[in-house]
Design a binder for this molecule. Structure first.
Ligand code: GDP
Length: 424
């Protein structure tokens, strides 16, 4: 049984929280794309954990976690993330964590290049998290990447690295007038992490294929959301990988496997970190109130998130592109302070009303068409059953579900694992 759990919007929908909740029913959880450029925040009985690279299933002792083929992995960051988890009493070993030998490694020179380029762009930045992600994915497609499996054969690694370092130094010195890349330092860095992670690096494709054939329950966990996908997102303000459910089996390392279920995680209002068109954006007092209520600051970077009302146009597009079978609607409790809740039901593009998510300049100039529904305006954090829901909350859920054309199965009313209502 293969389930994919993905973000419907711009990321930060609460995927980590939903994976943490649903991982209890799973045998294996796989992260299938991206690197440490985004963060999942998980709150459960052991405390609050921020995960940038590890699948959120790592907090369940009986779940095996896999870092899939489609990921880019900074092993120094992973080492720190694991140390933090161990300090919180979470066990991590080759028994419960497996790293794909085909995943690409993010190296210190990728981070350096990211910073050099962001500095060069100055005011015209794309909002990079400066963690080297675009540069490592760039190298992957230029066939200049180092794979995790290369650490298991240091002679082979040395040969690959010398050619790559020569190329990188040419770029550093001649494009950015910066220092060359040191082969010795880079090799020593890789050797250090080869010793730490050697036993974790395996052919995860074989492992997952056998598990899938044996009928194990496997969950594929995405990072970011539809609108940050390299192909279907708000290009060029996207990430460098595919955040879409149907890429899940490829990024996990089991390309022939079919998804049985796609769960889309969707926020009850809109948030967006970084640059790019964000049609529903609020400014000033209205925005501050919502940002404060929702604690909308990036888990990876601490950056204040841009906020606005629920966007039907973007979310319906998100559900369609993800092929979502069901939705988990998160952070509904944050809207409890509103007497009337605004919803963006369409876009006005130069006087033409559209319900389809536009591209290019049409998206840049789109204005939101807002309608209001009644708020519940009371504390809903203790609701656990449909019968507990105030009528206005139930109406909000039903209205949204109809507008985005996908069933809402879970309504989350708090960050804690048990704070949710199952609708069917
Ligand atoms: P992710 O990257 O999609 O996992 O999202 P983030 O972790 O960046 O952001 C989601 C934040 O909202 C986290 O701090 C969660 O603990 C929190 N959260 C998730 N669901 C809910 C909810 O229903 N209510 C509240 N109040 N917080 C939530």
């Amino acid at each position: 049984m293969l389930t994919s759990i993905v973000g419907i919007n711009w990321g930060d929908e609460g995927k980590g929280r939903m994976v943490d909740l649903l991982a209890g029913e799973q045998d294996i959880v796989v992260r299938y794309q991206g690197g440490n450029n985004a963060g999942h925040t998980v709150v459960n009985e052991r405390g609050k954990f921020v995960l940038n690279l590890l699948p959120s299933g790592i907090l369940h002792p009986n779940v095996v976690c896999v870092m899939g083929t489609g990921m880019v992995i900074d092993l120094a960051h992973l080492d720190k993330e694991i140390a933090n988890l161990r300090a919180g009493g979470v066990e991590v070993s080759p028994e419960n964590l497996k790293i794909s030998d085909r995943a690409i490694l993010t190296l210190p020179y990728h981070v350096r290049l990211d910073c050099l380029e962001e500095d060069r762009l100055a005011g015209a930045k794309f909002g990079s998290t400066r963690r080297g992600i675009a540069y490592v994915y760039g190298d992957k497609y230029m066939k200049k990447g180092i794979r995790a499996g290369d650490l298991k054969d240091l002679d082979y690694l040395a040969k690959r690295l010398s050619g790559i370092v020569e190329y990188k130094s040419l770029v550093m010195e001649n494009v950015y007038h910066s220092d060359p890349v040191s082969y010795d330092e880079t090799f020593a860095w890789l050797k250090k992490y080869a010793e730490i992670f050697g036993d974790y690096i395996v052919d995860t494709g074989v492992y997952l294929d056998e598990a899938n054939k044996a009928g194990k329950k496997i969950m594929l966990e995405a990072q970011l959301g539809t609108l940050r996908d390299i192909d279907f997102g708000i290009y060029p303000y996207t990430t460098s990988s595919s955040t879409i459910a149907s890429y899940g089996p490829i990024g996990a390392g089991i390309p022939a496997a079919r998804l049985d279920r796609v769960i889309g995680v969707m926020k009850a209002y809109s948030t967006c970190v970084g640059e790019g068109p964000f049609t529903c954006e609020w400014f000033g007092k209205e925005a501050e109130e919502l940002r404060e209520a929702g604690g909308e600051y990036g888990a990876a970077t601490g950056r204040p998130r841009r906020v606005g009302p629920f966007d039907v146009v973007a979310s319906r597009y998100g559900c369609r592109i993800q092929g979502a079978d069901e939705i988990a609607l998160t952070k509904t409790d944050i809207l409890s302070y509103m007497k009337k809740i605004p919803i963006c039901v369409a876009y006005d593009v130069n006087g033409t009303i559209t319900h389809d998510f536009p591209v290019g300049e049409a998206l840049n100039v789109a204005k939101p068409v807002i309608e209001y529904v009644d708020g519940w305006n009371c504390d809903i954090t203790a609701c656990r059953k449909k019968e507990d829901m105030p009528k206005a909350l139930l109406d909000y859920v039903r209205t949204i579900e109809k507008m985005v054309d996908c069933k809402i199965k879970y309504v989350s009313v708090g960050a804690e694992r048990e704070a949710y209502i199952q609708m069917f």
